[in-house]
Design a protein around this ligand. Sequence first.
Ligand code: ARG
Ligand code: ASP
Length: 697
Amino acid sequence: MKLLKTLLVLFITMQVSAQQGGMWIPSLLEGMNEDEMTSLGSKLTAQDIYDVNNSSLKDAIGHFNGGCTTEIISDKGLILTNHHCGFGQIQSHSSLENDYLKDGFWAMNLDEELPNEGLFVEFIVSIEDVTERVFSGVTDGMSEREKQSIIDRNSNSVQQQTKTEAWQNTKIKAFYKGNQYFLFVTERFEDIRLVGAPPSSIGKFGSDTDNWVFPRHTGDFSMFRIYADENNHPAKYSKSNKPYKPKHYLPVSLDGIEEGDFTLVFGFPGRTNEYLPAVAIEHITKEFNPSNIAIREAALKVIDANMKTSDAVRIKYASKQARIANAWKKWIGENQGIEKSNAVANRKAFEAKYTQALKTKGLEAKYGNILPEFDKLYKDFADINIKRRNFIEVFLVTNELMQMTFRAFQMEMATNANTQNFEQAKATLINRLKGIHKNYDVGVDKDVYKAVMPLYTNAVDASIYENTAFTNLESALKLLEGSPKEVIKRLNKDAAYKYAKPLMQAFADKIDAQFQQKNAPITALQKQYMKALMEALPDARYFPDANSTLRVTYGQVKGYSPRDAVYYQPVSYLDGIMEKYIAGDYEFDVPAKLRDLYIAKDFGQYADANGKVPVCFIGTNHTTGGNSGSPAIDAEGNLIGLNFDRVWEGTMSDMNYDPEICRNIMVDLRYVLFIIDKYAGATHLIDEMKLVHPKKK
Ligand code: ARG
Ligand code: ASP
């Protein structure tokens, strides 16, 4: 009997560890997902998480500016997201005199909260499967283009037929590579004010050295507040707007986590590609990533060196540098993870299983051509995919003078037809130039040019920096004065523009055009492959790839072993910050006040049972870019952490989730509260939250 019980427990835990991974649609959790969550320790029902008729967890989860996630933590619209998600806003309120990036910012009352033009937070009101309506009239014999035009038409009419309130919007998104469609009713708030941010030495502690790495000690959080009109509806910024009263907000747990605890991460993951054929994974990791890594590496060398020697450059380039460095490092980790986990060989083995299943199920005639076709298409696609992305890396990611010429090129292209287009395109260009020049340093940019351009073309000529209007905002605006004819003529005499134009022309006419042409059949085949997989191997675990829609991922707090003889504990502590501390270092400095609190052990109610302040923890939640700022929620629906990163060995989870080494990194909410309360003295914000003790009932 005892043996049977042990075996049973063993069986269940084995199943549990296999049942990890996936980003699930919140309206479809009943059944399998609910059961899995329960087996992992959750006490939540599917309805607690998503309910159209009553308030539920989903009402507290917002899409932050289209790229990150945020959650409501008070009945006055107070929201939390990552420091790196609010970075642009914090930076835009910063100057050499008021350096909020360096020193942090805390609004001590509502009047001190800072408005942010353009910033928005969007909530999901409802999610509905509209696949049948979207596919109505589509038949197998049609070409992809015909199908798509019917799908587009149907989608429009579904949206039009959907009854919404005046302040709501709708959108339709494709799932499972275009085999399913869902309708979302949304509410978008546009008066979002900055409430608080720790200094970068806390919010970005460890910077690029620690980015994508565990053990981690980053207090990666910032706070904002949603404002609404007098009816509590979304509205543009107005002084008379009031703090938003949410349908639901998350209570904050003071009891924290320990290894094995259930965690649910609820947010807006951006993009994953979990169903790629092996040939695609090989292309990405062996050819595509390395060439892009090289370009970013060259740019970073220049930017980093300049940021270290000049405070002005540091402030101007902080955000750009973080953006460039982030994907650069991620790709390196992704390549290593794919290699280490034998992902390509495993995927090939899986493909053999799939091919066998096609045979046994009599599906060979229908789907047997897909994998050989992928091989052929990728062989033909590889070069153009790399060339196109390299152009983007040089012209849109790293070199700003080239970016300005590219924006001007877009204006010239839009203009050829008529003058009305010209005025509009010119206004767009002017806005972009102003945006770039807000944080521009011509010396840095010229060195970036010299570093990256040779990786794209042999035609390198840095003297263009001496003979162009674009490196100075005033002269650039001057160049744009006058009639369309005059402007275009002047533009084509500008040295930088003259230099860049043939490269841009080749990109538009040949490179991008060819890319689109060769990518289209791959996309179509991927849709067919998804369908084939689900038919051939119906019992496998299928979750839709991330597509910037609201998803649930669940798992447990858990350590891992990144390599032989190394094991990472799941929780890091304030002690680790002191271990990493390097006085005056640009990545590992620690503010004096935090050091003092540590020495005095002045931890308030935020230490754990051993008297230590937890800082970060890791879990088996399957996350990706866009999940930053997502709440980590405990078994009862309380906030325990803030998702902000993944471990380096596991960044391949975008293509190949492996529960052995893929971990998401969260900042412990007790550390967030400790910083707000003890470090910043913003106790009014703590008072506004609902602090709970779920484990001490
Ligand atoms: N790697 C995390 C993510 O992809 C954090 C990025 C921000 N931090 C940084 N040092 N760049 O967003
Ligand atoms: N740091 C990422 C984000 O900003 C999260 C991730 O890629 O794990 O969304």
